[in-house]
Design a protein around this ligand. Sequence first.
Ligand SMILES: [Zn+2]
Length: 88
Amino acid sequence: MPHVDFREVASCMGKVSKGVKCSVAGCAEKAVKSVSAQRIPSSMKIEGSGRRAYLCETHWKQLKKMTREQQKVERMRRVESFGSKVIL
Ligand SMILES: [Zn+2]
């Protein structure tokens, strides 16, 4: 079994230590996930300016939904540009 740095695993799993509050402005829920602040869409207001943002279950679901929709749009765009290349 390869050696795995626990901190590394924790950071990629987005695990949150106990007692951390959600970083979304106005939300006081307990954070369950931490994500890179860059992944937070501008429509979701984050308090503080750390490199990581902490999200409660509700906001984590919201972010996942937003991210999925964004990816869908990007995929559609790629398909469109690919299609137009084929036509041209
Ligand atoms: Zn929240």
